[in-house]
Write a protein that binds this ligand. Sequence first.
Ligand SMILES: [Zn+2]
Length: 185
Amino acid sequence: MPHRPIPGASGHPRPLTLLGDEILRRPCAEAVDFGPRLEHLVEDLFASMYAAGGVGLAANQIGESLRVFVYDCPDDEEVRHLGHLVNPRLVAADGIELRGPEGCLSLPGLEAGTPRFDHAVVEGVTARGEPLRVEGTGFFARCLQHECDHLDGLLYPDRITGWRRRRVLRAAARTAWGKAVAARA
Ligand SMILES: [Zn+2]
């Protein structure tokens, strides 16, 4: 087996941005510099995701408004999917739409039943600019749609309506981090 470094081993966890932080609302810029800085960013994303116990993390969640995300996420068959995508495009989201519990490291401690398609295909490149196509079903398809949303400035409460949306936003406002972000704004 060729030696492959553990993702995030050379990265450093960074503080996470939270619902209410303006950077999460701004569409991220395409990455154009495929040098070591981008590989460092991917490493920091992995380190930050693992430190927070998440299954996916987008660059604007650690303060970089760039179209990059990482994931280490199981699907519904318990198959583990691990990787990163730069400049991803959601080229397909189809199959049945399922409402399932969804959380986000930018709304820590909360979740809400959120509708997502059961199948998703994302195309992008690696941090070295190599083309990549990632396909997912079930919970991993949910993760891919969630992370692509982040890069467009969307969060899961934007995908829900009515009492579910009101409940999660009210709960967020009541948390310590929600109050801190509101005080900063
Ligand atoms: Zn998220």
